[in-house]
Design a protein around this ligand. Structure first.
Ligand code: FAD
Length: 305
């Protein structure tokens, strides 16, 4: 049953018509629990609140299904505005972005130029940028662009997904750049030809990849809500004399808030991924796919209107 629900929400997350409708009607169905707001101003308030509790942030302007150069330009400008706001308001925040929302599927020249503009401004104002990882067909292109950009910019990191067979090689491949990598399990529906179908294998690989990243001496963002993963990494770090400055935990906005604060109290750096913007629909559906228990919450939200 859980798998059916998961596949259903992943399918819905990719529906362009529903995405367009959702954009028009603003945050609905309890999406406000997972999305900080539909504007930059709303995200600022959420970030200030998190910072005041000792939590760092990476903010993400939601955007999917981009098909024109003009849309990619709007998203690029939004990213530049976001890094400027982080600096002006002295927020403890980084920026996360998705290449498809900046023109990855339109042309190589466009995505390179948009990323260079964002990274140049981010570097000027001292903001770190993480390229989120999307579905597997875009993974190689993402890694290649990351490698290219990393040669000119040191304020850039990317994401590795433990459900992909290729990820161990990718960590070794980008390791030479002493890269800050966020390691996640993976949020898309992938075939068994490229990804582990069983959760047990994804979890096992998750720990293996974080350990690999740390053993290379590189910084790891341990992005998971899973206590089993968190506890194993804490133990590994203690046993191997790896300081708290070599890794951080990351969780999504609105998920396991108590646990985030507990980890801060224990002396760990915790970064919250704060999505904002009108394009909230696909992101929201993927959160429901991950945890069907969230559906009960959403149904309550729908009843309340
Ligand atoms: P799961 O395997 O989903 O769950 C394991 C256990 O964690 C559960 O049994 C439960 O005990 C606990 N748990 C999980 N969710 C909840 C909850 N809502 N409430 C209470 N307990 C819960 N994916 C990508 O593909 N690309 C990205 O770029 C990307 N960036 C991310 C950035 C951040 C900061 C985070 C946290 C995740 C990101 N993801 C990304 C999503 C990721 O791939 C997973 O889909 C998502 O984190 C769910 O996996 P999990 O490791 O949290 O645990």
């Amino acid at each position: 049953m859980e798998r059916v629900l998961r596949d259903g929400f992943i399918f819905l997350s990719q529906n362009k018509t529903l995405n367009g409708l959702a954009k028009r009607y603003g945050l609905k169905f309890g999406a406000g629990r997972f999305v900080a707001g539909d504007s930059l101003e709303a995200s600022k308030r959420a970030i200030q609140d998190l910072n005041s509790k000792g939590l760092c942030v990476t903010m993400d302007h939601l955007g999917e299904f981009i098909s024109t150069v003009a849309e990619a330009e709007m998203m690029t400008q939004e990213c530049i505005r976001a890094v400027e706001m982080i600096a002006e308001e002295k927020l403890d925040s980084q920026l996360s972005l998705k290449l498809t929302s900046l023109g990855l599927d339109i042309s190589d020249e466009l995505i390179r130029s948009n990323m260079e503009r964002i990274l140049t401004r981010a570097k000027e104002v001292g903001v770190f940028v993480t390229i989120d990882m999307e579905d597997e067909p875009r993974c190689e292109k993402t890694i290649q662009l990351f490698e290219e950009l990393r040669q000119s910019f040191d304020n850039i990191g990317t994401v590795i997904q433990s459900y992909l067979y290729r990820s161990e090689d990718d960590i070794k491949r980008v390791g030479r750049f002493e890269t800050n990598l966020r390691i996640v399990k993976g949020a898309y529906k992938e075939p068994a030809t490229v990804a582990f179908p069983e959760k047990e294998d994804v979890d096992h690989n998750y720990i293996k990849l974080v350990k690999l990243q740390l053993s290379l001496g590189n910084y790891a963002a341990v992005a998971t809500h899973d206590d089993a993963m968190i506890e194993q990494i804490i133990r590994y770090a203690k046993e191997n004399g790896i300081g708290n400055d070599k890794f951080e935990f990351q969780m999504l906005y609105g998920i396991r808030v108590e646990r985030q604060l507990e980890l801060v109290k224990l002396g760990y750096k915790v970064r919250v991924y704060v999505p904002y913007g009108r394009d909230w629909y696909g992101y929201f559906m993927r959160r429901l796919a991950e945890r069907p228990a969230n559906v009960a919450f959403v149904l309550k939200g729908m009843v309340k209107g």
